[in-house]
Design a protein around this ligand. Structure first.
Ligand code: VYG
Length: 181
């Protein structure tokens, strides 16, 4: 029996909804939260990740492609698609095409992936939110300046888990899971 593939959003957001900022013309993270990096790595390792082209470009080179995961990157531009392929990503023209590609993947167990993760950015989260069953959100209890915002999770989403933490640098945050039927 094939287990259904679950589409997940994963993001870290500030108290004011900011998920990213621009530093020296580049997309950047407004905070330093190594605990979130470890959380992200643990949850997504071994699963396909879907991202926008800007998020791909923002990955530190040593993480591009993210190791141990099929990296699907959204682009409709043929030249960019070729460059992405050469760089170890799988270019896809739409979110639907990305999901079709994931359904066709088979792991060492011969099964399709049970979990697929949308990892950014803002436009891709907004597009994926209506299709996703779970959102794993790192909620940082402080406002930050930025220019990219988290998706709005509508009333049909409900919180199913929350772990509160204080980072080594004194930043209060929580790992929160939202699900909808
Ligand atoms: C981690 C940041 C992050 N947090 C949560 N909760 N949800 C996300 N969607 C997310 O954005 C992942 C794509 C952007 O990622 C980075 N952007 C700038 C600098 C570094 C990174 N990381 C460092 C860790 C690395 C590892 F492979 F170790 F996970 C992946 C690339």
């Amino acid at each position: 029996m094939l287990t259904p593939m679950r589409l997940n959003l994963i993001y870290a957001r500030a108290a004011n909804g900011v998920i990213g900022c621009t530093r020296d013309g580049q997309p950047a993270m407004p905070w330093h939260l190594p605990e979130d990096l470890a959380h992200f790595r643990r949850l997504t390792h071994g699963c396909p990740v879907i991202m926008g082209r800007t998020t791909w470009a923002s990955l530190p080179p040593r993480f591009r492609p993210l190791p141990g995961r099929v990296n699907l990157v959204l682009t409709r531009d043929a030249a960019r698609a070729r460059a992405l392929q050469a760089a170890g990503a799988v270019p896809v023209a739409s979110l639907e095409a990305a999901l079709e590609h994931c359904r066709a993947l088979r792991g060492a167990d011969g099964q399709p992936p049970a979990e697929v993760w949308v990892i950014g950015g803002a436009q891709v989260y907004a597009q994926a939110e209506p299709l996703a069953q779970r959102a794993v959100v790192t909620e940082i209890e402080r406002a930050f300046d930025g220019d990219a915002y988290a998706p709005v999770l509508g009333p049909d989403w409900h919180e199913t888990a929350r772990e509160t933490h204080l980072s080594a640098e004194g930043l209060p945050f929580a790992f929160v899971t939202y699900e909808r039927a």
